[in-house]
Ligand binder design. Structure first.
Ligand SMILES: [Zn+2]
Length: 291
């Protein structure tokens, strides 16, 4: 056969031979190349880089969170070379438009254009470390073949709030952690004490995701952490507010510190996961306090 057949969303088109073609009407297309074995599928998708791992002499292995495909692992060939045209789009914490080549189930980056690079984070090691923790925690919740637009939106909004809006780090961290727990299916019950029904409880149970009063105990309770009225209001706000208003609350520094401990403990208890990126972020804070 002297022609190439393009399959595009089930449409069969005859097209002149050329090396590559972006489908303007769809996000997935494939090419059967004369004289070659196998079929290469091409995917256009918007995705953020959650993790990067150096591979071989000049490649990287990337974990991407795609808007319409969930978690993807892709190879970026020659991206570590100085003249790579996909270098900036394949950086950690960059939201990009990717064209991916799928050959026998293995994905590689064909083309990539950055959409948002969250540049402010790259000038501040604390912000970059905290953003990396957000990315790792998001990766722990995301699943392959499970599009979750709310998840990618939460991550991008948190990075935007940290960098562009300059929101307090602990505020963004607490709101991100609690909302991420909700998206992972662990929405806490925050209306009243689970034992006596009081609407002003002062303890939060990390295992059960429930409220109680200091004197109220029923059955086997897990680790309970103290909760001030301001912290309880903030938690209710984070869980119940519109996504675009997530970082629009205020809390004094001492309460933010305590809230951040509660949300962090809750997320890790529910996910049964710890994060080395969080340990690194905390080590930077500790270092800053001791110099
Ligand atoms: Zn009670």
């Amino acid at each position: 056969m002297t022609w190439r057949t393009l399959l595009c969303f089930g449409k069969r088109l005859n097209a002149p031979a050329r090396r590559s073609c972006i489908c303007n009407t769809g996000r997935l297309w494939s090419a059967v190349l004369p004289g070659r074995k196998g079929v290469s599928m091409f995917i256009n998708t918007e995705a953020i880089v959650l993790r990067e791992l150096e591979l071989g002499e000049a490649d990287k292995l990337l974990d991407l969170l795609s808007k319409d495909r969930g978690l993807l692992t892709v190879r970026a060939r020659n991206v570590r070379r100085g003249n790579s045209p996909i270098k900036s789009a394949c950086q950690l914490l960059t939201l990009s438009e990717f064209t991916l080549k799928d050959y026998r189930g293995k994905l590689s980056v064909q083309e990539a254009q950055p959409i948002e690079q969250f540049r402010q984070l790259r000038d501040n090691i604390e912000l970059l470390a905290l953003g990396s923790y957000f990315a790792q925690a998001t990766g722990a919740v995301a699943q392959e073949d499970a599009p979750n637009p709310e998840l990618i939106s939460l991550l991008c909004n948190a990075l935007y709030a940290l960098g562009k809006l300059g929101k307090p780090q602990l505020l963004v961290k607490a709101a991100f952690e609690l909302r991420l727990a909700c998206l992972a299916g662990f929405t806490p019950e925050l209306s009243a004490c689970a034992v006596c029904g009081s609407e002003a409880p002062d303890r939060f149970d990390l295992s059960h995701g429930s409220l109680s009063c200091a004197g109220c105990r029923e059955g086997e309770s897990g680790i309970r952490m103290p909760l001030s009225p301001g912290m309880l209001l903030a938690m209710r706000y984070i869980v119940w507010c519109e996504p675009k208003r997530l970082f629009s609350f205020q809390l004094e520094q001492e309460s933010l510190q305590a809230l951040s401990s509660v949300t962090e403990g809750y997320l890790m208890t529910q996910l049964e996961h710890s994060f080395y990126t969080l340990d690194f972020y905390k080590s930077l804070l500790h270092y800053g306090e001791t110099i």
